[in-house]
Structure formats: C-alpha cells, structure tokens
Design a binder for this molecule. Structure first.
Ligand SMILES: N[C@@H](CCC(=O)N[C@@H](CS)C(=O)NCC(=O)O)C(=O)O
Length: 152
C-alpha cells in the first residue's frame, strides 16, 4: 500500500480501525448516560444541588452507580491505549485479515467487559477474561509495531 494512502478509507485496515474506534468511542460515551440512569434509578446523587432537586439526601457509595463509574474509568484506561496503538499499527501496513480480526476481537471484548461489569454483573473470571483479551490484542499490535520498526 502506498504510504500516502495508509490513513485514508481506501485502506481497508484504516477503515476497520476508524469503524471500531468510533464504535468504542460511542460505547465509552454511553457510560456517562448509563451512570446517570443508575443515579436516577437509585436516587444516588453526589452533588448537593442534584440531591435537593430530587428531594433526597446525598448518597456517595451506591454499588450500581460505582460499578458504572469503574467500568467507565476502565474504558478510559484501556480504549485510549487501543486508539493510539491501533493508529500506529495501521501505519505499519499490517496484514488486512489479521488486523481486522484484532480490531473486531478488541471491540467485542470491550463491549462484553462493560456488559459483565455494569449491565448484568456476571461472576468472575468473566470480566478478567474480557479485560485480558483486550490487553492481548493491544500487546500483539505493540509487538508487531516493534518488529516493524526495530532493525535487528
Ligand atoms: N484500574 C484497574 C486495573 C486492573 C484492571 O483493569 N483489571 C480489570 C480486570 S479484573 C478490571 O476490569 N478491573 C476493574 C476496574 O477497573 O474497576 C483496577 O483498579 O482494577
């Protein structure tokens, strides 16, 4: 692939990266609303003005709200790494089939991580497996970038 075309939608690897990145960005944005829904459902407001408006006392430690907040934070810790790593990986002009498979597996693993953590709450090791599949995808991309860049 011409290097000038690597970051255009004519490159299927970039198109896949852009698609799954947007899916994951949207998913992460949804976490704010999921947290908000739980706050209203459980009447668990941490700001005085919100609690007054709802006619309840402040509640800092609701388990369902905290779960959503932790899932959101975990997305920010992990999906940010995918966005950066994935973009560098696209620039190394990787194998199309393998790269698209990695992006798909990563996206599915992160969506499942949210579901088992904050939506239906599945017992461990469900969350750990989803988390580690995502980490493995990122590691594979990182090592592939290393091997493309390091001249032995
Ligand atoms: N910041 C994470 C680092 C480790 C991590 O991400 N573990 C995964 C798999 S067990 C996880 O889902 N942690 C739950 C979380 O981040 O709230 C933590 O405090 O747990």
């Amino acid at each position: 692939m011409e290097s000038s075309n690597l970051l255009t939608p004519t490159n299927p690897v970039f198109a896949g990266y852009a698609f799954y990145s947007c899916v994951l960005i949207l998913k992460t944005m949804c976490m704010s609303y999921l947290t908000g829904v739980q706050r209203f459902r459980k009447k668990a407001f941490v700001n005085v003005e919100d609690a007054i408006a709802a006619g309840v006392d402040i509640k800092m430690d609701d388990q369902d709200v905290e779960r959503c907040r932790r899932a959101h934070l975990n997305d920010l810790e992990n999906i940010t790494m995918f966005l950066i790593t994935g973009l560098i990986y696209v620039l190394t002009d990787p194998n199309i089939v393998f790269a698209l498979m990695l992006f798909r597996i990563y996206a599915v693993a992160r969506i499942l991580h949210t579901i088992v953590y904050a939506v239906v709450v599945v017992r461990q090791p469900a969350r750990a497996i989803c988390f580690n599949i995502g980490v493995l995808c990122n590691f594979i991309m990182i090592f592939s970038i290393f091997s493309s860049c390091v001249q032995l």
